[in-house]
Design a binder for this molecule. Structure first.
Ligand SMILES: Nc1nc2c(ncn2[C@@H]2O[C@H](COP(=O)(O)OP(=O)(O)OP(=O)(O)O)[C@@H](O)[C@H]2O)c(=O)[nH]1
Ligand SMILES: Nc1ccn([C@@H]2O[C@H](COP(=O)(O)OP(=O)(O)O)[C@@H](O)[C@H]2O)c(=O)n1
Length: 226
């Protein structure tokens, strides 16, 4: 059985993690696991973790590590047979260490996008909560304004995308992201991409993953022939 490929994608709110994760999942057949969607599912289901998480999100804060880890790790247990890309987790060093104890990663993708670009993007972001589909009035608008392309259901703007919540989130993100970036740099699996446009970043990420995934598959083939 060929070795599975596991990656995480990191970046500040609005950096394009979800957008690029969808392209990676589609191009490379990886399962896209969105920690933000897991959080929203728990909030909608009013689980104990969801109710707790909601109090932090309303203030534009990160959910405590033990809540996020308790929410995420059982979901990863269900994915042991799949190659996957994890989006939005880890966001802190404690989360990175918890993930590291649960599984090995092949690549950590880090998106480095300027603050003004993030603000601009999130002001125009609309989402369809039931599916998690993401739109942007400037980048990928829905066919009908305010309506999801697939279901026709209404689109919303997320509370924590409001400029006043965003400033708090961006400041907090910078403080907690650096140790995570250093953690993966020390493991030799960090790859950082800096630009203002996803369409310019995407070809570089695609080339990296093509190289990494084919290397893993050829190693697995070699191993299976010895
Ligand atoms: N103008 C523009 N918008 C983009 C680009 N890439 C993504 N977007 C939009 O910017 C917004 C943020 O992109 P997401 O993929 O949701 O970013 P994210 O990192 O997942 O955001 P969080 O879930 O908040 O962490 C969305 O509305 C995207 O449609 C781009 O290159 N240019
Ligand atoms: N590791 C994580 C992931 C999400 N979250 C929370 O869940 C919310 C939604 O996650 P998301 O990935 O869709 O949103 P962004 O913070 O990326 O914009 C975040 O704003 C955080 O409040 C968290 O606290 N810790």
């Amino acid at each position: 059985m060929s070795k599975l490929f596991r990656a995480v994608i990191m970046g500040p709110p609005g950096s394009g993690k979800g957008t690029i994760s969808e392209r990676i999942a589609h191009s490379f057949g990886l399962k896209h696991l969105s920690s933000g969607d897991f959080v929203r599912e728990n909030i909608a289901a009013k689980t104990e973790a969801g109710v707790l998480a909601k109090t932090y999100i309303k203030k534009g804060l990160l959910v405590p590590d033990h809540v996020m880890t308790r929410l995420l790790l059982p979901r990863l247990e269900e994915m042991t047979k799949y190659s996957w890309l994890l989006d939005g987790f880890p966001r802190t060093l404690a989360q990175a260490e918890a993930l590291n104890s649960a599984c090995d990663l092949d690549v950590a993708i880090n998106l480095n996008i300027p603050l003004e670009t993030l603000k601009e993007r999130l002001q125009h972001r609309w989402i369809h909560p039931p599916s998690g589909r993401v739109y942007n009035m400037c980048f990928n608008p829905p066919h009908v304004q305010g309506k999801d392309d697939i279901t026709g259901e209404p689109l919303i703007q997320q509370e924590d995308d409001r400029p006043e919540a965003l400033v708090a989130r961006l400041r907090h993100y910078k403080d907690v992201a650096k140790p995570v970036i250093d953690f993966y740099k020390a493991k030799g699996i960090l790859y950082t991409f800096s630009d203002t446009e996803t369409d310019r970043i995407w070809p570089n990420i695609s080339t990296l993953l093509s190289t990494k995934i084919s290397t893993i598959q050829s190693d697995a083939r070699c191993a299976s022939t010895h």
